[in-house]
Design a protein around this ligand. Structure first.
Ligand SMILES: *Cc1c(COP(=O)(O)O)cnc(C)c1O
Length: 501
């Protein structure tokens, strides 16, 4: 199976090239040229497998130039019971009340307590194998722009991985104190972390510009290095996320809650559109899905887009209590546009150029009709997010993080407005302890303690839930990185960080 760019169908690469390179040279994203198609017998076969077996099957069908052994090795190294706190790295909590049937797919049991681990624990294995196949001997320089969770998950995945260096940029005021601490205390000989004086979109645009800067790329080449990406623009990030939707479906069938072939809805708290797009790929491969519910916070650019067909990034940017969704330019939407337009690369290139030049585009009626057919968009502000956390805790004894609560709130709006009672998988994307202040404030009326770790302890005492070990251990960890830079200093920072400036 090969991949081509969303902006130029003539740029065709193998799976390993797509992963090693991260992004196509002209700025497009790599997409599979065809998808594996699973029928009911294939879905049935998955019922018998464990998570790792399902991952090997699905990823094997996409990674054309990997051997079965290479895939097996990668999957087995990534999804260990030790790293994910149990045999199933993505367990489900079921909540049913009235018309609402929620399967909360908990994707945050990995080493950094957010769903990014599901992909970033395996990406380094896929990437180093891809580098060997396509450019043996070169060192991969991973640049990451993060709204908080990707950065830590990428650092944890790539730390001390031979043949790689990783540099993470995060918005100085745009991440939670716990996220900041997770990154600032990162260990590893090949890692660096930089705070930029801007928001996530500035970080993401800055990184994309460095990736496509010919002069900088030449400097790297002269030093036997090559840029790659661990952001969800990399196909190696999206692919592992397809797995957990099939796996969740299999688990729900095995639980006897639905019959094989029954449809589900999927509701995802969305930022860069990677996670929800993975579920869309799953449907196109044969997963029975009725509707994709795209949940946003006050940065509701996607809600407006799904409802009107116009994507307009020229709007106020809000810093919210669900910071990993504080995004106005959702990169992976480009892949959706490619598929909804009937794989029309010229159309996608024109839309993306309008977005970067004018900050806005409107899709044609064909795309709009498909968008409405498959997607439902909604949003929820901070106040409603906190109310939802409080109610879930009080009524269902379920402690949700701020991002998951946005999804639950939007799912409730969806059911109230449409009456659709289809059982719904809701992506639960982070541990509540990553956002302890907002979560604690939602479940108690008492005054909050002063510092982050006192809040973590208070949340544990109040709810009787355990603090995840990787977060508890940060309390006494030493801060290593405190460097800050301006957005336009990012290129120099990269070169000097690599000692090739
Ligand atoms: C990254 C992230 C999201 C958004 O996911 P996308 O794939 O970027 O849409 C939602 N919740 C949490 C906790 C995250 O870390």
């Amino acid at each position: 199976m090969n991949y081509n760019s969303t902006r130029d169908k003539n740029r065709v690469v193998s799976a390993s090239q797509a992963i090693a390179q991260g992004i196509s040279e002209e700025g497009g994203l790599f997409v599979p040229q065809q998808l594996p198609a699973y029928n009911e017998a294939d879905l049935k076969a998955m019922l018998e497998m464990d998570y790792r077996g399902r991952a090997k099957k699905i990823m094997g069908d996409f990674l054309g130039d990997f051997t079965a052994d290479e895939i097996s090795e990668s999957v087995d190294a990534a999804y260990t019971a030790e790293k994910f706190g149990g045999e199933n790295p993505a367990p489900i909590s079921y909540i049913e009340s009235g018309d609402k049937k929620m399967s909360l797919l908990e994707l945050w049991h990995g080493p950094t307590c957010a769903f990014k681990d599901m992909a970033l624990q395996i990406l380094p294995h896929l990437l180093t194998k891809s580098m060997k196949k396509t450019c043996d001997g070169k060192q991969a320089v991973i640049l990451v722009a993060t709204s908080g969770d990707t950065g830590k998950a990428a650092l944890e995945g790539f730390k001390d991985v031979d043949g790689t260096k990783i540099m993470v940029f995060y918005p100085v005021d745009g991440v939670s104190p716990m996220q900041k601490r997770q990154m600032a205390t990162q260990k590893g000989d090949n890692v660096s972390v930089v705070a930029i004086k801007g928001n996530f979109d500035d970080a993401q645009t800055g990184v994309k510009k460095i990736f496509t800067n010919a002069e900088i790329k030449q400097k790297l080449a002269d030093n036997n290095m090559l840029f790659s990406s661990a952001n969800s623009i990399n196909w190696g990030r999206l692919l592992p996320q397809i797995v957990y939707y099939f796996s969740a479906y299999s688990d729900i069938v095995n639980e006897g809650r639905i019959a094989l072939g029954d449809k589900i809805n999927v509701c995802v708290p969305t930022g860069n559109f990677g996670n929800i797009l993975a579920s869309f790929y799953a449907m196109n491969m044969g997963l029975p899905v009725n509707k994709f519910i795209c949940a946003s916070n006050s940065n509701n650019v996607l809600t407006d887009f799904i409802r009107t067909g116009t994507y307009d990034k020229k709007r106020k940017f809000y810093t919210t209590i669900s910071p990993s969704m504080d995004i106005l330019v959702s990169s992976n939407l480009e892949r959706l546009l490619y598929h909804l337009s009937g794989e029309d690369a010229e159309k996608v290139a024109a839309l993306m150029s309008a977005l970067s030049n004018e900050g806005v585009y409107t899709v044609d009626d064909e795309i709009k009709a498909k968008l409405e057919k498959y997607f439902w968009g909604g949003f929820c502000d901070d106040e409603k997010t906190q109310k939802t956390i409080g109610e879930l805790y009080k009524n269902e004894n379920y402690l949700a993080d701020t991002h998951t609560a946005v999804a639950v709130n939007v799912y409730e709006q969806y059911v109230d407005q449409t009456g659709d009672k289809t059982p719904t998988v809701i992506a639960s994307t982070a541990s509540p302890y990553k956002f302890a202040k907002a979560v604690l404030a939602s479940v108690t009326d008492e005054a909050l303690p002063e510092n982050e770790f006192s809040m973590v302890d208070a949340l544990s005492a109040k709810t009787g839930t355990a603090v995840p070990a990787p977060l508890a251990s940060l309390k006494d960890a030493k801060e290593i990185f405190s460097f800050e830079c301006e957005v336009d200093e990012m290129p120099e920072t990269v070169l000097s960080g690599l000692s090739i400036g």
